[in-house]
Every structure is written in C-alpha cells, then in structure tokens.
Design a protein around this ligand. Structure first.
Ligand SMILES: [Zn+2]
Length: 470
C-alpha cells in the first residue's frame, strides 16, 4: 500500500537523540512509507547517511545549509560530493540562501549555494532548496544553473513531458502563487509543512490550495513547525498526516488523492518508490473516471498526453483500450460514486459506441454520468451525436479553450476555423438536449477570460469554468 512520504524531516537533529526509534515507529504506524532526511552541514550529512543505512525507509540528502555556509570550505564540499555517491543519498540539500537570519555572510551563502548546485549537476542529483527572504536571489541563481546545464536531470520520467525535468524542490515554500509558478516552470516541486494548518497561514494556504497538486510534496520539517493541533511542540514525521489532511481540504481532494499524487511527486524528483501502472479507471475525490483511450484528434500545447500522462498520481498511458465489459467490471457498483466521468488524456468520443454502452449500463445501475470532451465528436463520428447522448449522459464538459478560432487552432494544433465552429455547434446542441453543460477554459496567458465567460453564459447558455494550467 502507498503511504505518506515525509520529504523533509531532520531526524538527525539533537531533538531526536533520546527517542528516535520510537519516533520512527510512530511514523510507520501512522502510515508513513518513507522519510527523506536533509542535512545542514558535513557532520550532519554523515549522520544522515548512517541513519539511511540503518533504516530501509529513510533516505538522505547531503549538503550545507546557508546558515552553515561561513564554516564550510572546499574540503567540506569535496566530502559532500563524495558522500553523495552513497546509494541511499537521493539529493543535495538543504542548500540555498537565508537573508532573514543572515547567520552567514551573504557572499559565503552565495558561494556555497552555487558550488553545491554544481555538485548536484555533476552528480545528476536533485536539490532541496531553502530560501528565506531571498526568493528572487535564489531563483536567479537556480535559473542560471538550469540554463548552464540543460542535461541536468533531463532524463526525467518522459522526455516529452510538458513539465520541465524535475530538478528538486523548494521546501517550506514562502512565495505567492506567481512565485510558485515561476519555480514550477524551472522544473521544481514545492512543499509546505505544518504552516498550512495554522489559522494565520495566509499566503501559504493560498499557494497550497491554488497550485496544481502535481507539483506538491508533503513535508513536516521536523522537529520544527509542528502542525495544528501540535503547534509549538516538537514536530515529528507522524504529523505529516495532519499536513496531508489540511492539503486535502485546501485542494478539495481526498486524502487518498493527496497520498497518491505526492508519492508520485517524490518518485519524479527523488526516484524513490515506483510510478503507478496504467489504468482504465481511476478515482478522484468521490468520482470514478473512465480512461477509454489515449488517442486524440487534437494535440493541445498544454496537454501532457505525449509526456508522462499522469493525473494526480494516476498513470493514464494505457497500452490497450478496454471494451465495455472490462469497464463494467472495474466500476462495480456505480452508485458508490458521485459521478462516472468519461475523461483521460484522449478524446472519449473517438470511442463513442463504448461511451454509450458504458453510460447506458451506468444509468441502468443507478449512477450518474459526465462526458469530458473537446467537442469535436460530431466531426469525428461524421454525424450529430448529441441525440444519441440523451438519457445516457447527465453532464457534458466541453473544452472551449479560446474565444478566437485562430488562437483555438494554434492551441490545439488543428484547423482552428473548422473545429472551433464544430465545437460551438456541438455546445449549442448539448444545451438544447442535455441537463447540464459546462464549458472550460485553461488559465493561460493570452486567453480573455471575460470574453470567454460572456460567450459561454450569454451566447451558449452553458456553465463557465476555469481549469488551472499548472
Ligand atoms: Zn530543513
């Protein structure tokens, strides 16, 4: 079974000297599968490696924290690089800049940070980044480092992914949503500890709720920053459960979704665990999604169909398309779910007959259905398919993407004029015949949201929805 991964806990801290075996036992009993122990200096890095040798569930990152930069010399850096060859070392960290405490002169912090980014690049390892009151400076240095080494971690999970190859994590992330997107675009995950459970979480909670879960890792930052209701006491990895529960609330997802997605995130960044196997059906919140195909008539610039094809930890890269019987078997009792949704990275109406068979079966067994589509089903099937959906499909969600046929064509890499009018015609037909019609737009630069809303609500009479890009 999958468990929580605490991607950042200082088990080697003095605070755990007296009872570490108990702390670890409590964590594993609470469902923690793995713990990553970052280091703050050379001695600590050695302790982290020793600990990782002792416990199969513990992995180490080795590195020199910005607080300790002043005391670090070239010999220490060479030792860090040597330690990084240990098989249980999964990254370099924590490294970065801390201009809040300024325990080390900024010039020393910068030098040690850059040197360790170079170690990470040479060793092709991810980095765990600490930044406080220094986000622009940290991002600038990381950006330079990424630009200088396009091969760094470039193997990723799939060379075609629309996400940059995973280069590490900004831990205890302190920026806003725009800052978060900036580091995500550089190839970094973000993680937030118990801060998100605080009543005065402010921006941290906004970021945790507003950025796509794909880019989040769980962390406690033990022994610091214990979540509510343990705030102010020594933090320990078992409290990752409280962080995950809060993240589930903020993301409007289930705890199961959080565990699965953040575990996949750790696999992507650190290579721990394993990727999910491809699935015909997958659960999100209380809905069951049916992944009938990975084929699509379009090739959207923002779609990861040809890349990892992972949604919140679910692998949608199926090798064979299921028939209706196989789908019935996986659904079981459709009444267990809020909705049965035809979705995935492919266009479901390419398999219209199977959609209809499954939808009919779901309706006969008391379930609710939704079709997520690009709205090209009439072109694909060379007829108006909407009358065939009546009584079978309760809700349709159509990707509007843009209000401008030219932009629409560029985004989906298809004949914009032809498919935009086909999609609009399909939407009008749906509004006439089906109970609930939504139209969605991806939140990317250059799409006029007000105009899209006007078009959907006033001209088509459907429900308008924005989907986040990242
Ligand atoms: Zn830390």
């Amino acid at each position: 079974m999958q468990g929580y991964i605490d991607s950042h806990a200082h088990l080697t801290s003095k605070d755990f000297d007296s009872d570490l075996p108990d702390v670890l036992k409590r964590a594993f009993d609470a469902g923690v599968a793995f713990i990553i122990n970052p280091s703050v200096n050379l001695d600590d890095s050695k302790r982290a490696v020793d600990l990782a040798e002792k416990y199969p569930e513990v992995y180490a990152c080795v590195g020199i924290h910005p607080h300790e930069a002043a005391g670090a010399n070239d010999a220490a850096l060479a030792s860090i690089e040597e330690l990084s060859r240990h098989p249980k070392v999964v990254g370099i960290g924590e490294i970065g800049l801390d201009f809040y405490y300024d325990f080390s002169p900024r010039i020393a912090q910068t030098r040690i940070f850059r040197a360790q980014l170079e170690i990470a690049r040479r060793r092709n390892l991810p980095v765990v980044i600490h930044t406080r009151e220094s986000l622009p400076e940290t991002v600038a240095i990381v950006r330079e480092s990424v630009a200088a080494a396009p091969e760094w971690r470039a193997q990723g999970v799939s060379p075609h992914s629309r996400y940059p190859s995973p280069k590490g994590v900004f831990h205890c992330f302190s920026g806003n949503i725009a800052d978060a997107w900036q580091v995500i675009r550089l190839g970094f995950a973000i993680s937030l500890p118990g801060i998100i459970t605080f009543a005065n979480a402010g921006q941290a909670a906004t970021v945790a709720g507003g950025v796509s879960l794909e880019h989040f890792l769980l962390e406690t930052d033990s022994p610091y920053l214990a979540p509510v209701p343990f705030r102010g006491t020594r933090n320990e990895p078992m409290h990752v459960v409280n962080v995950a529960e809060r993240l589930a609330q903020l993301q409007h997802l289930s705890l199961e979704d959080i565990i699965r997605s953040t575990s996949y995130g750790v696999f992507r960044v650190f290579g721990i665990g394993r990727p999910a196997s491809p699935q015909w059906t997958y659960k999100l919140r209380n809905s069951l999604y049916i992944n009938l195909t990975i084929r699509c008539n379009a090739d959207c610039v923002f779609c990861d169909r040809k890349g990892d094809a992972i949604i919140k930890g679910h692998n949608l890269r199926i090798e064979r398309e299921p028939d209706a019987e196989e789908v019935f078997e996986e659904i079981g009792d459709p009444k267990r779910y809020e909705e049965i949704v035809f979705c995935g990275y492919g266009e479901p109406t390419i398999r219209l007959e199977v959609v209809k068979q499954v939808a009919r079966w779901v309706k006969e067994h008391g379930g609710k259905t939704r079709l997520n589509t690009d709205g090209h089903g009439n072109v694909i099937n060379k007829r108006n398919i909407v009358p065939e959906l009546v009584g079978l499909i309760d809700a349709v969600s159509i990707s509007l993407n843009s209000t401008d046929p030219k932009q629409y064509g560029e985004m989906m890499r298809i004949d914009g004029e032809r498919f935009f009018s086909a999609m609009m015609e399909f939407a009008r037909e749906c509004v006439k015949s089906l109970p609930r019609v939504l139209m969605t737009v991806v939140d990317i630069d250059g799409v006029n949201m007000d105009k899209a809303r006007q078009l959907v609500e006033k001209k088509i009479g459907a429900i308008f929805q924005i989907r986040p890009l990242f």
